[in-house]
Design a protein around this ligand. Structure first.
Ligand code: SF4
Length: 694
């Protein structure tokens, strides 16, 4: 039912821009408009936001729990039976194989309340260390690099409006024009002010087409490019020696590491002409305000942390971090990719961005949870490692998936699907029967974003409130109700607060004093201020839109340079697999496509995945535009329609990752993991193309 009044002000369910929107009407006849009062999108929405309400009454919607009968068919059951089956399977797995044999795999689109509760549910109700989430596949490399360099990870340590004020922006591996179009307004304003935009991308993407200078590098060579730019900035005398002396440490080692990255060498490795390298360095060096932004391009690599650190070195050497419209930021992707990595659904983390192996953090959180500190498990396995060991003797035997579709979104998807099939028991909570839910023993129908309230934290670190506009359909429950139902069936329901507001109040206490301190944030303050930037340690505190102005939360208050050795991709092309494969998103689809592939208008725009290939490469393979093409890597094969594109390098094929089955590009991707962040190398592997006959 519609909440009375002129509609409900809330936020988009999809990406990390979290555009403000208003919903009016009733499910089936919902009108959506952008919220002009919300400062981030100022009324603008992309096509995904405009069409988001179409899913509320979609015929595919799950409306009652399902469970497998003796023949293996998924049939409707009541909630009590569904919870009972899950509790029995969890108990059996833990009795036979120990507490860690039950696991949770969650998602970066869950609200802060759900992310917090999932972490608590795992550690307190199940007493398992086996929890991680798909945000590991998204933001973990930038997060680890931010903590190493600055002592704190907030993707953008400044509001998005600062983008418009930057003289020069180096934008690395982001296609914001397709992934979050309203963000481009800030880049357009920057250009209108006379600013310069440098885009680094193997493709001349829509975003690269808006750039002053496009550096079309070889996939996986991002760290070499960054070291090469640092080399030139030092050589040409553009570095800020006062800033380096006063506010940083480690520059001498970073300088020594960059010394061998001569432009000729960098051109050879990256494919970016020396003249363009020098042009980019001079643009950055001459700017009063310079901003370096990275996204998944350099981050989703097996050396993603080092690669991000190499770009942070540039921002530090220019003396820009902490200055107005300058510095470094990472553009978060998933809807709650920021808040989702702060409150404990990550294997090594407790709420407030605390480490689970920190005795003081454990004691604080144990106090809030009312449990002995010793009962909180230690760090668990990272996302891919958790999935990789499913069904094994030392791995998870019974799994709950919530807000994620790893059959489509995990790398090396054929193998991961086999691991999911090998589980003793799988439960999935989702809106639709996703590819992962199709493998489940029990499926739980979950409420959608407009049917529940909760906070998310957008790409700026601004905590915002999504408001409930409609009741969930009969038979559907919220994720909080689902976790409480399972906990109750396990005899531990008292640990789960009754609703989202009570969960948030507990989250505030659990995060108090931590790096991501939400103690002073309330639903009311969020409404009054159009969001509150963390840290916000007490009720009187207004929040912190900009970080690092005076000092860094590191020993001595200094940021740290890192000496980076660029090692390239884990898998380079060879005779058998002669091309690079890189992956990404398209405007009309989102993540694994469980939602957006069901929206008619989005499906019309992007009905199937297209593999982009340069005309010269397509000719070599005898492939024509629109023809079916099979891409093959060491891990599997997948089928696409060919899109012949001059915008891509001749040595590279691009394919989007929103589809499942034989069209899933993650059947091809390489699960080589970053040694620090455990990020898989989604962005580069070796591939060959085959003609499909007949
Ligand atoms: Fe939604 Fe992102 Fe599009 Fe805004 S840019 S409408 S948040 S998908």
């Amino acid at each position: 039912m519609m909440i009375e009044g002129a509609g409900t002000t809330t936020h988009c369910p999809y990406c990390a821009l979290q555009c403000g929107m208003r919903l009016a009407g009733t499910p089936g006849r919902v009108s959506v408009e952008g919220d002009g009062a919300f400062p981030v999108n100022q009324g603008a929405l992309c096509i995904k936001g405009w069409t988001s309400a179409e899913l509320l009454d979609h015929p595919d919607r799950l409306r009652q729990p399902l469970a497998r009968d003796v023949t293996g068919e998924l049939l409707p059951v009541g909630w009590d039976e569904a919870f009972g089956r899950i509790a029995a399977a969890f108990r059996q797995a833990q009795e036979r194989h120990g507490n860690d044999a039950v696991g949770l795999f969650t998602g970066g689109s869950l609200t802060n309340e759900k992310a917090y509760l999932a972490g608590k549910f795992a550690r307190v109700v199940l007493r398992t260390s086996s929890i991680d989430y798909n945000g590991r596949f998204c933001m973990s490399s930038a997060a680890a690099a931010n903590i190493r360099a600055f002592g704190l990870d907030r993707g953008l340590p400044f509001p998005v409006a600062d983008i418009a004020g930057a003289d020069v922006i180096l934008l690395v591996g982001s296609n914001s024009a397709e992934t979050m179009p309203p963000l481009m307004r800030y880049f357009e304003l920057q250009r209108e002010r006379g600013g310069t935009l440098i885009v680094v991308d193997p493709r001349r993407s829509l975003t690269a087409q808006a750039a002053t200078l496009h550096l079309r590098l070889v996939p996986g060579s991002d760290a070499t490019l960054a070291n090469g730019l640092l080399h030139l900035l030092i050589r040409e005398g553009f570095i800020d020696t006062d800033y380096i002396t006063d506010r940083t440490e480690g520059f001498a080692r970073a300088k020594a590491a960059a010394a061998s990255y001569w432009p000729e060498h960098v051109e050879r490795v990256t494919g970016v002409p020396e003249a363009q390298l020098i042009q980019a360095a001079r643009m950055l060096g001459a700017a009063r305000s310079a901003m370096v932004l990275t996204a998944r391009g350099p981050e989703q690599q097996a050396r993603g942390v080092d690669t991000v650190l190499a770009y942070i070195n540039i921002a530090l050497a220019l003396g820009q971090v902490g200055k107005p419209s300058g510095g470094y930021g990472s553009i978060t992707g998933q809807g709650n990719g920021q808040g989702g990595r702060e409150h404990g659904q990550k294997a090594d983390q407790l709420p407030g961005y605390r480490r689970i192996d920190d005795p003081a953090a454990r004691a604080h959180v144990a106090g809030v949870w009312g449990v002995p500190e010793a009962s909180i498990p230690g760090p668990g396995r990272s996302a891919y490692e958790l999935l990789d060991t499913l069904g094994r003797d030392d791995g998870v035997r019974a799994l709950l998936v919530m807000g994620s579709n790893p059959v489509v979104s995990a790398p090396n998807a054929v193998h991961i699907t086999a691991r999911l099939r090998s589980l003793d028991f799988l439960a999935v909570a989702d809106f639709f029967l996703s590819e992962t839910a199709q493998l489940a023993d029990v499926v739980l129908p979950a409420a959608q974003w407009a049917e529940e309230s909760g906070t998310t934290t957008n790409l700026e670190g601004r905590v915002i409130l999504r408001r409930r506009a409609f009741d969930p359909p009969p038979g559907v429950r919220t994720d909080i109700e689902i976790l409480r139902g399972i906990a109750t069936a396990l005899g531990a329901g008292s640990h789960i607060p009754p609703d989202e507001r009570a969960v948030f109040e507990e989250l505030r206490r659990a995060s108090a004093g931590g790096p991501a301190d939400y103690a002073g944030i309330s639903y009311e303050k969020i409404e009054r201020q159009q969001g509150v930037f963390w840290p916000c340690p007490d009720d009187a505190h207004p929040g912190t839109p900009r970080l690092f102005g005076e000092s860094f939360p590191r020993p001595g208050g200094r940021a740290k340079f890192h000496a980076v050795r660029a090692v390239g991709a884990a898998e380079e092309p060879d005779v058998e697999f002669p091309l690079y494969l890189t992956t990404g998103r398209v405007l009309a689809q989102y993540l694994s496509g469980t939602q957006t592939r069901r929206v008619a208008r989005l499906d019309e725009l992007a009905p199937r995945p297209q593999a982009e290939m340069h005309p010269a490469t397509a000719r070599r393979y005898g492939l024509a535009d629109g023809a079916p093409v099979r891409l093959v890597t060491r891990r599997g094969d997948a089928t696409f329609a060919l899109k012949v594109e001059t915008s891509i390098r001749e040595d590279t094929v691009f394919a989007p990752f929103h589809w499942g089955g034989a069209q899933s590009v993650n059947r091809l991707t390489n699960p080589a993991l970053d040694p620090i962040s455990r990020m898989p190398e989604f962005k580069v592997c070796a591939v060959r193309a085959e003609v499909i006959h007949g």
